[in-house]
Design a binder for this molecule. Structure first.
Ligand code: UDP
Length: 377
């Protein structure tokens, strides 16, 4: 096999950014990717209905970080997309995150101002100084009724755990609003890449110093690889260490079963994402991709998301038990030289896309700084 300076396992956000950065300073980079495509879980493609769909669920880019925003803009044009989500609750349709409209619709209230909404929340919330888990986090913000209607069962479907069994941070990802703002995110930049994420990744990976081997499992070929300066691994951390700490207690991941349907109608639902937080259906949400970028087609593609235990790992499951197991792997990882664990699966952290970009950019910057310091010493 050819000689490379940098070996990267996985062509998702972390792998692609590191490849691009190292290629830009003249390093020869090899990416080994198990799947038959680049772009990791951001991968999208034109489906049989002529609609750009994401293979692994909708990816909504949002960031307050100017460096990340500038970086992604160097590889694609972006169009503004302020993502909104609605939920079907008790036969009604409401905005999520919870805002004034959500409360008025579900409880026949007549709240009109921020201070009235503040008072409603104050009356309903249950105070927890420092919420210890997801249940306390939600009760602390909105109280028991909204918890039951919008968070408890959705979370059980999503994680196969009730909010009390998860870190507070999981449920704190979604804000609660005291006004009418019905955007899912509050960040300054909220946008989607014109032409889609796969094209964005093609551009990021377009430097001739980068070679990509698709359909290749790193663990099948690792003994045949020549030496390299650095290895960046973006797969599941426990897989790297052959699950050695998982003989009794396995590190948990959630996977998603995406069930796609074509409907012979212009639109199936009024919004790109509709959540189903109740127990009446087993799926968590329905995505209708045609809404993103206002795409045109006679038909429409919708995807129902069922989360499952087995299958490709998408989400680490943030709670104290998994953190304990992860810490054992992390200690092993820290002992290695010139091997770096990057991204959601290798760090066992529920990163957003912009955090994944940020971490990869920062890792490159810090390694290059140390390298520069060594050469000048
Ligand atoms: N969540 C919920 N009800 C909803 C939406 C989200 O209970 O209608 C909870 C659920 O536990 C979920 C978490 O909030 O895992 C974070 O939601 P987010 O939309 O960030 O999840 P993602 O889009 O990453 O799957």
């Amino acid at each position: 096999m050819k000689q490379y300076d940098i070996l990267i396992i996985g062509a998702g956000i972390s792998g692609a950014v590191l490849a691009e950065r190292y290629a830009s300073i003249g390093k020869k980079v090899l990416i080994i990717e198990k799947r038959n495509h680049i772009a990791g879980n951001c991968f999208d493609y034109m489906d049989e209905n002529g609609i750009l769909v994401s293979k692994y669920g909708a990816h909504l880019f949002h960031t307050n970080d100017e460096e990340v925003w500038e970086y992604v803009n160097a590889f694609s044009d972006w169009y503004d997309w302020e993502h909104k989500v609605i939920a079907r609750v008790d036969g009604k349709t409401v905005p999520i995150p919870v805002n004034i409209t959500t409360v008025n619709t579900l409880f026949d209230e007549q709240i009109a101002t921020e201070s009235e909404m503040g008072a409603w929340l104050e009356n309903n919330r249950i105070n927890f100084e420092k919420p210890a888990n997801g249940e306390e986090a939600v009760l602390n913000r909105v109280g028991i009724e909204l918890y039951e209607k919008m968070f408890k069962h959705y979370t059980k479907k999503q994680w196969d755990k009730f909010p009390a069994e998860l870190d507070a941070s999981v449920l704190e990802r979604i804000p609660v609003r005291q006004n009418y703002d019905d955007r899912y995110f509050s960040d300054k930049h909220q946008a989607l890449p014109k032409g889609g994420y796969t094209q964005l990744f093609e551009k990021i990976l377009s430097n001739p110093n980068i070679e990509i081997m698709l359909n290749t499992d790193f663990f099948d070929v690792k003994d045949e690889l020549c030496s390299y300066e650095k290895l960046f691994y973006t797969g599941p951390v426990d897989r790297y260490f052959e699950f050695k700490h998982s003989l009794i207690e396995k590190l948990e991941y959630r996977s998603i079963n995406f069930v796609s349907e074509t409907h012979e109608t212009e639109f199936f639902q009024e919004n790109s994402v509709v959540n189903y937080p109740g127990t009446e259906v087993d799926f968590t949400r329905i995505i209708e991709y045609k809404h993103f970028g206002n795409q045109k087609s006679d038909k429409t593609t919708v995807v129902k998301e069922f989360t499952i235990d087995e299958g490709e790992p998408y989400y680490p499951v943030p709670n104290p038990r998994n953190q304990e197991i992860y810490a054992l792997y992390k200690a092993e990882a820290d002992k290695l030289t010139d091997v770096y664990f990057v991204g959601r699966l290798a760090n066992y952290k529920y990163f957003n896309m912009d955090q994944a970009f940020k971490n990869a950019l920062e890792l490159f910057a810090s390694l290059e700084q140390s390298a520069a310091a060594l050469t000048s010493a």
